[in-house]
Design a protein around this ligand. Structure first.
Ligand SMILES: [Zn+2]
Length: 682
């Protein structure tokens, strides 16, 4: 077995430069078993490209041998960091034929404002391959590529132009103008062309590396929860040619306005794409883009608790420009979590599988082919030019948040992942405005629902074929709706009617007709928020439909995005009742806040119930996590249970057996807990 699969990886990267023996002390103290090495004397390896951002000692190639020996003595594998996306401008100017060229014909010169970048299709690749051989011969345990990427307005170098014309038979089109015309088949071609180019570069790189030494790890910085088209990084192509799928789910910017779930969502998402290979979430211990800062311990805790719970390894970077040991609180968290993972590898690596009965789709393909509804907004209220309905990321995170807060364990997958699931694995699949579904996926979903599976979907789900908006929903038979009507909105103060009550409407709706059961209607839009009492319209908002043995709940509006923005309590209640009626309950908890996330995995011997505590002081970055006490847990299982043990607090818990379930109390959850439930031999 390859070394990177044997135990969970506890990866550390340190920006500050230490003498070799001091560095080893720090790595040992942090309980690392793998390091990304960036502090080498780059000028000797990479002519004119110096990594002199931070102070402290630089490592020289002459020291590599000693360094690697000492690292190996303390059980740390050393992975060489190789920047393949930002090139020193002076060096780049010497090789104009290698530079990425922008749409205006000029070489790119504004990567991080001050760098250029080379193209994977140019002669530069041979320089890289020679460098890989050198790095392997130094004896490094692995090589990590930071990049390679294209940019939103590149690359139009001679190699790209020639290769594109050769394959597609026409001139390489302009990427930014096509991004506004995604129906055009050329859009699909250019996305494919660039992601293929990166895949080819990785394949050749990996062949070079493995031909020198098959036990050298090779991986790169992949795509996170974002469209693939700006950079050309398609994770499913990348992982076929590399050993680990890693992405920057723990890079938090400015006021940390992105969802708190970003590291966990990334871990779940990467696992769905990795074909069983390991996943890593890159967590920068800094408040980006301030590169010489450190996040408080609460945020670092949530990097660890979310990432490890959802099946990925943590890469933690310390970016301060001095000895990291001065930051005792943060160092303490890193030490404790790495020690916990080291002492308890089983819940993280031991062939466990998720017990979740709910699957949330991350609409990856839709992100590349949908730019919000391309249909002009109608006069149901008023048109706001330039605004697009149906933000996919918001729609996804709205559903994500609702599942976490009502304590439902769930998995995440891209659209393609639907093809590989067993029909009885999940009870419920959720499609948050998953606009672009392939025909094969639609067939699979039809089979799933026919056999008794349920789906929840919203807004324009299955309304497109790649970038083209259709006249009928692809999932029409299941939804009980055929024709795709007009989009209306934004509804700023309007309502829906449900059970005779008036509650908030989502921001955008879509006009549909149905023979299914209508559970809720939009109200007629009001000219102003105080103009009069809302009246019910004939436009359905929630439609229930039976198909085969299963059921569909369809929201004709952007409910996920409205949860994301406004957190209407009524929406959580509504969704919670659908989740619970459409999927089997595996766990029920009492006396816990909504800021406690739960996940469950199992192997032959144990169930593992993971508790991630997000409870904090109502601001980010989070400094302190507040403990939760006396949580009552009902765990529904038909297995015979031996004992119940808390791995973090290291204590045996008493439990009661009842029909089809066990009941136990957890006295306290500080930042994290895993309850190990032993299955008794039959
Ligand atoms: Zn190029």
């Amino acid at each position: 077995m390859e070394w990177w699969k044997k135990e969970p990886l506890r990866v550390i990267e340190i920006a500050h430069g230490y003498e070799i023996n001091e560095k080893m002390k720090v790595l040992k103290e942090l309980n690392a078993n793998m390091e990304h090495l960036t502090r080498y004397n780059a000028s000797e390896l990479f002519p004119s490209e110096e990594f002199s951002l931070h102070s402290g000692i630089l490592l020289k190639p002459d020291d590599f041998d000693k360094y690697l020996k000492e690292a190996h003595t303390i059980g740390v594998k050393v992975v060489f960091y190789y920047n393949v996306h930002a090139v020193n401008i002076q060096y780049a100017k010497k090789r104009p034929d290698w530079q990425q060229i922008c749409e205006d014909g000029k070489a790119i010169d504004n990567v991080y404002e001050t760098y250029s970048s080379f193209c994977v299709n140019s002669g530069w690749r041979n320089e890289v391959f020679e460098m890989l051989k050198k790095i392997c011969k130094f004896g490094f345990d692995g090589i990590f590529y930071d990049g390679p990427i294209f940019f939103a307005n590149t690359c139009y170098c001679e190699s790209c132009k020639r290769l594109f014309k050769g394959k597609y038979g026409y001139q390489l089109p302009q990427k930014t103008s096509l991004s506004k015309d995604r129906e055009n088949s050329q859009w699909k071609d250019i996305i494919e062309f660039q992601s293929d180019a990166i895949e080819r570069f990785l394949e050749d790189s990996n062949n070079v590396i493995k031909s020198v030494n098959p036990s050298v790890l090779f991986y790169m910085n992949c795509n996170t929860l974002a469209p693939t088209w700006p950079t050309g990084r398609n994770n499913r192509k990348i992982i076929r040619k590399t050993d680990i799928l890693g992405a920057e789910g723990g890079f938090l910017y400015y006021g940390l306005n992105e969802p708190i779930y970003k590291p966990g969502a990334t871990a779940k998402f990467l696992n769905s794409q990795a074909y069983g290979k390991p996943a890593v979430v890159f967590c920068a211990g800094k408040q980006c883009p301030w590169n010489f800062s450190i996040l408080p311990k609460g945020e670092i805790t949530l990097f660890y608790t979310q990432t490890i719970t959802h099946g990925a390894n943590v890469w933690l970077a310390l970016c301060v420009d001095e000895d990291v040991r001065k930051y005792k609180q943060q160092v303490n968290i890193i030490k404790r979590f790495n020690k916990f993972i080291k002492e308890n590898p089983s819940p993280f690596i031991d062939n466990t599988s998720s017990c979740a009965k709910t699957l949330l789709i991350f609409p990856q393909r839709s992100l590349d082919f949908y730019e919000g509804s391309s249909v002009p907004l109608t006069d149901f209220t008023k048109e706001i030019k330039g605004e697009k309905a149906g933000n996919l990321i918001e729609e996804f995170y709205g559903f994500y948040d609702s599942l976490v807060r009502v304590h439902i364990p769930f998995d995440v997958s891209d659209e393609e992942g639907i093809l590989n699931i067993e029909n009885d694995k999940y009870d419920l699949i959720i499609f948050p405005n998953a606009v672009s579904l392939a025909d094969k996926e639609v067939e699979k979903i039809e089979g799933f629902v026919k056999d008794g599976g349920n789906i929840i979907s919203s807004f324009e789900t299955s309304s497109h074929n790649y970038g083209k908006r259709l006249e009928k929903f692809k999932l029409g038979k299941i939804l009980g709706i055929d024709d795709i009507g007009k989009i209306f909105g934004p509804l700023r103060w309007d309502s829906i009617f449900i059970d005779g009550k008036i509650i908030f409407s989502p921001e955008y709706g879509i006009e549909i007709k149905t023979k299914g059961k209508i559970i809720s209607y939009f109200a007629k839009p009001l000219p102003g928020s105080y103009s009069k009492r809302p009246e019910i319209s004939e436009i359905p908002f929630i439609v229930e439909n039976k198909y085969g043995k299963g059921k569909s709940i369809y929201f004709a509006g952007t409910i996920g995005s409205s949860i994301y923005k406004y957190h209407f309590p009524e929406y959580y209640k509504l969704l919670s009742s659908f989740y619970n009626s459409l999927s089997r309950k595996i766990l029920e908890i009492e006396n816990a806040p909504t800021s406690l996330e739960i996940s469950i995995r199992e192997n032959e011997k144990f169930y593992y119930i993971y508790f991630i505590n997000f409870t904090s002081e109502m601001k980010r970055p989070i400094e302190e996590i507040m403990p939760i006490r006396d949580i009552k847990v009902k765990f529904f299982t038909n297995s015979k249970i031996g004992d119940v043990y808390s791995l973090w607090n290291k204590e045996k818990l008493t439990f009661k057996k009842a029909k089809g379930k066990i009941i136990f109390n957890i006295p306290i959850i500080k930042e994290y807990e895993i309850i190990r439930v032993k299955k008794e031999e039959k």
